[in-house]
Design a protein around this ligand. Structure first.
Ligand code: HEC
Ligand code: HEC
Ligand code: HEC
Ligand code: HEC
Ligand code: HEC
Ligand code: HEC
Ligand code: HEC
Length: 313
């Protein structure tokens, strides 16, 4: 009886699995049609007018990185889940250029499944930010979160360096690219390294802390405060970070995935509750304990070898 039931469950499981993977394959195949043109430098098509196959250069801004897409949160999507089905024909209909695209809130707003991210709260904070205030509705969430590639690295990666790099890249698409920047403003573009000239070891800082750690207002109940402040309010005091109760504990280092790892860097020096002294972030006690342990191991091994040699004789 039990065996029959187990067998039926097994068959049902197989059916579900094959159905899911068939769906996934179908999805990728479908996307492959778009990616045949949109992931390459050139594309080919049949020209109805001339009756010939033709090959042309693809506009680099319309190239989709398929690897980054497959690493993003929307990796399971078909292109046409977000874009009109009409894109399946080429040449694309010209009115498709005007197609309004869904925003994060259109899909995620009010959905209890995504409660942990607090989309509505983020939207509220974002609307107070300097970006929304100065650039208005045209500055959408997607300006920072590319819907093709967005990765929630801060929650999933355990390497501070990787989180910082991926997060900062979101800002650098505009703040290190005058053309992108000018899409949202007529204000003059300033070189970032000039603006942050007051900060020593700039490169190290940009690799170790996120732009938002200095530029957004801290909010206890939000993982990531989206209220980016005017430059006058940015963190400039070294002691905000270089002290025992570094504000980074409340921002960058609040993620469990990082805490679990107990990296030997900045985090453990603030965890061990030592004043973080610039250039001397090693805790001497730990160093001595480590040396002690190594010495004990070496002695242990020597004694062991000595006994073996003696016993053999
Ligand atoms: C035969 C090559 C080809 C195929 C297949 C193709 N595209 Fe395109 N697509 C282009 C080219 C070339 C452009 C540049 C603008 C134009 O010519 O319309 C473009 C433009 C676009 C744009 C930008 C429109 C704009 O100007 O803002 C989107 C979005 C797009 N394609 C989506 C898709 C999707 C989704 C698919 C698959 C369902 C797809 N494309 C299939 C060649 C192709
Ligand atoms: C989760 C929704 C979503 C999915 C899935 C998606 N796109 Fe997009 N796509 C967008 C949005 C939103 C924009 C407009 C971006 C903007 O203007 O800021 C866009 C823009 C584009 C553009 C114009 C160039 C650009 O990057 O702005 C192309 C080309 C494109 N998509 C192709 C594709 C292809 C090919 C696929 C499938 C591999 C795909 N998209 C899947 C949401 C999506
Ligand atoms: C067209 C609807 C749509 C749009 C637009 C959209 N999403 Fe999603 N998003 C989804 C769906 C559906 C999933 C679940 C995908 C899955 O489970 O494979 C998802 C997954 C996610 C996840 C992972 C959730 C989890 O816990 O696994 C995050 C984070 C996310 N989206 C953020 C965003 C952000 C930020 C934006 C705006 C830039 C956005 N999404 C735009 C529909 C959308
Ligand atoms: C100025 C750039 C910027 C804009 C605009 C922006 N975000 Fe973010 N967002 C970030 C950064 C940076 C992070 C932190 C990196 C991460 O967690 O992926 C983040 C994180 C998130 C997260 C993950 C939060 C978590 O708890 O893990 C969600 C969800 C999100 N944003 C949604 C949105 C929505 C919705 C909008 C529009 C209302 C928006 N963002 C607008 C930069 C931006
Ligand atoms: C889509 C392009 C774009 C992205 C992405 C972007 N910004 Fe901006 N940023 C702008 C524009 C445009 C302005 C406003 C310029 C103006 O009109 O004064 C601005 C203004 C600012 C200011 C205020 C400067 C001042 O004059 O007071 C700060 C700070 C800032 N951004 C930080 C960030 C951070 C941090 C991120 C990433 C989380 C980010 N930006 C992402 C385009 C962008
Ligand atoms: C250690 C803190 C800190 C970090 C990290 C930081 N900033 Fe700043 N930023 C500041 C301060 C403080 C100012 C104001 C400087 C002044 O007015 O002299 C500023 C100024 C700015 C401005 C105003 C530019 C202008 O036009 O005057 C922008 C934009 C900006 N930062 C973006 C960024 C981006 C993008 C990153 C990440 C790559 C970043 N910042 C990292 C503290 C920081
Ligand atoms: C947003 C937080 C933050 C602020 C503000 C900040 N720092 Fe840092 N600083 C860091 C982090 C994180 C590191 C990297 C530490 C590491 O990797 O060990 C660092 C590294 C340094 C280093 C290199 C130390 C070493 O071990 O090589 C110096 C020097 C330094 N900061 C000086 C300053 C000064 C001076 C200021 C004020 C003008 C300042 N920092 C502001 C977070 C900050």
């Amino acid at each position: 009886m039990l065996n029959l039931r187990g067998f039926l469950c097994f068959i049902a499981g197989l059916l579900v699995m094959s159905h899911v993977s068939a769906q996934e394959n179908a999805m990728r195949e479908e996307n492959q049609v778009c990616l045949n043109c949109h992931s390459k430098q050139t594309y080919s098509f049949f020209n109805d007018w001339s009756g010939q196959d033709e090959k042309r250069l693809m506009n680099p801004h319309l190239v989709i990185d398929s690897v980054m897409f497959m690493n993003g949160v929307h990796q399971t999507f078909a292109c046409t889940d977000c874009h009109s089905m009409d894109y399946e024909t080429y040449p694309h209909l010209h009115e498709l250029k005007l197609e309004p695209m869904a925003t994060c809130l259109d899909c995620h707003g009010g959905d209890p499944h995504y409660e942990q991210y607090q989309f509505e709260k983020i939207d509220e904070e974002f609307q107070k930010s300097v970006h929304f205030e100065r650039a208005g509705d045209l500055f959408t969430c997607s300006k920072c979160h590319n819907q093709h590639y967005y990765q929630n690295a801060a929650r999933t990666s355990s390497t501070v360096g990787e989180i910082v790099r991926i997060n900062n890249q979101m800002c650098l698409t505009c703040h290190s690219n005058a053309a992108q920047y000018s899409l949202s403003t007529n204000a003059e573009f300033h070189n970032l390294s000039d603006v942050h000239e007051w900060l020593p070891n700039q490169e190290l800082h940009f690799r170790s802390v996120r732009c938002i750690d200095c530029h957004s207002e801290f909010k206890q109940d939000l993982m990531v405060s989206h209220n980016i402040q005017p430059k006058e309010n940015a963190v400039k005091k070294c002691a905000e970070c270089h002290s025992a109760n570094s504000m980074l504990q409340a921002t960058l280092y609040r993620y469990e995935n990082i805490q679990a790892r107990e990296d030997q860097g900045f985090f453990s020096s603030i965890q061990s509750n030592q004043a973080y002294i610039i250039g001397a972030n090693q805790v001497p006690l730990f160093k001595y304990i480590t040396i002690g342990i190594i010495a004990l191991i070496v002695i242990g091994i020597s004694v062991h070898i000595a006994f073996r040699v003696i016993l053999k004789k």
